[in-house]
Design a protein around this ligand. Sequence first.
Ligand code: PAF
Length: 307
Amino acid sequence: MTLRVYRRIDEVREALRVVRSEGRPIGFVPTMGALHRGHASLIVRSEEEQRPENGLTVVSIFINPIQFEDRADFSGYPRTLDDDVACCEEAGADMVFVPSADEIYPEGFSTFVDTEGAYAERLCGRARPGHFRGVLTVVSKLFNIVQPTRAYFGEKDAQQLFLLERMAKDLNTDIRIVGCPTVREADGLALSSRNGRLSPEERRAALCLVRALEAGKSKPEKSGNPPRGSATGAFVASVKASMSAIIEAEPLARLDYAEILDEETFGEVCDTTTKALLAVAAFFGETRLIDNTRTDTDFRKAQDERR
Ligand code: PAF
């Protein structure tokens, strides 16, 4: 099938209605464009999972104004539509949906999807007020338009992925949310549409995020003293401090956060934590980058072994 580009909601809906009536699955990759190998990996994964059932993959490209709390960040966001369409085609997508802002938010639009969970108020939720309200609202709308069987998101945006899984559960959405591994440059920097905005010096400096995560990760792995009871707090503080120190030592970086949290609850690491997520964010000039990794340490198992 050759790639088709749709700009109108009614047109893409009609095309997908036909696909659904034939019982074929629809894989969906929502994006804001400026596509890179990370996005391509989501499209490839979707294609692999829909193809056996003769399904297809839809990519949406929409720079969602309501998830930008900073106007300059919105206006400076890279716009590379021709390259994006070529990337979708090369990765094997079947349809691209490129709506205008008026199509998605027509005059009078006033309904939003938001979250009240404490997990939304930390990390990027704290740093970017209103951001996740914008993300959840646009993804809900896109889900209603595309009505996919599966939707693919990168693990680099770990908090976004967590909140989308939560939203799908809370709103009884019958769509499988699929998290896909972060794709990295050869030197470890996580691919991001924002990387292209870094100067060569900032690009080099951005590697402090990778070093910070490595340092944070090696702490639980090397630690002969697994966190237990009140020691957990001290342990968490020392992991955060080691990550922060590395970012703060980089003159071109401005630390936003360096956190360790329970991957399953997105809450504090505690005695029952089995998997932890290390997450960092920093500004390099005007460009804010995020990254994360999981720790291999099973805190509970480690504690049981010591009992
Ligand atoms: O991750 C992104 O690119 C965006 O937040 C998303 C999910 C496409 C919503 O605009």
